[in-house]
Design a protein around this ligand. Structure first.
Ligand code: C5P
Length: 212
């Protein structure tokens, strides 16, 4: 079974994808980490984020075993990831790796933009997880405070809206649900309730029900 999970920044898609993978015993790929890896190396190398040739080369040479790094989780790296992710050469360089992951025997769970449209268009279940920008900012604000990097709440809201705009407006792999994706709005749901709702969506066809 292949499950794809997409949605805007801080929607909780990563947490849900990990929970689903664990529940069904499937391998999980956070595709955002690949773009974060490229963004991080561009920043580290003091490269301009619109240097398309360097970004594409870094993407081709990306060592996925080195992505388990907390530094990749920062908002600064998220911003850089969002910029390099709009470069066609970067997306092409990361395509095969993601497709191979999706096609492993038994299936997989992949989260991130275009996983349900480009990477695994034949996925069995496609979730589009969303929440209002204010709710997503509230969660991100708590997360940042826990990591001892306090930022003003209004700044987090504004960053989230800016990222939504860039991710939705770009020509290549814009942020939008696959036509056959099921929308899961987690505003007002805690992680347990969101997880139960996701399971309902995955199980619906097996139980002979149409997905909500
Ligand atoms: O999901 P995450 O915040 O880690 O992703 C960082 C950025 O990488 C996103 O804002 C998006 O621009 C980009 N991305 C993408 N395609 C994916 C995953 C992430 O364009 N499959």
């Amino acid at each position: 079974m292949i499950i794809t999970v997409d949605g805007p920044a801080a929607s909780g898609k990563g947490t849900l994808a990990r929970r689903l993978a664990k529940h069904y015993g499937l391998p999980h790929l956070d595709t955002g980490l690949l773009y974060r890896g490229v963004g991080y190396l561009m920043l580290e190398g003091n490269c301009a984020l619109d240097d398309v040739a360097t970004a594409a080369r870094i993407a081709q040479e990306l060592d996925v075993s080195k992505l388990d790094n907390d530094a990749l989780r920062s908002d600064r790296v998220g911003e850089a990831a969002s910029q390099v992710a709009a470069i066609p050469g970067v997306r092409v360089a990361l395509l095969k790796l993601q497709q191979d992951f999706a096609r492993q025997p038994g299936g997989a769970v992949l989260d991130g933009r275009d996983t349900g449209t480009v990477i695994a268009p034949n996925a069995d279940v496609k979730l589009f997880v969303t929440a209002t920008p204010e709710e997503r900012a509230r969660r991100r604000h708590i997360e940042l405070a826990a990591r001892r990097t306090p930022v003003e709440y209004c700044e987090v809201v504004s960053d989230i809206k800016k990222r939504d705009e860039r991710d939705s407006g770009r020509a290549i792999a814009p942020l939008k649900p696959a036509p056959d994706a099921v929308l899961l709005d987690t505003t007002g749901l805690d992680i347990e309730a969101a997880f139960r709702a996701a399971i309902e969506i995955v199980e619906a066809p097996r139980a002979g029900r149409t997905r909500p």
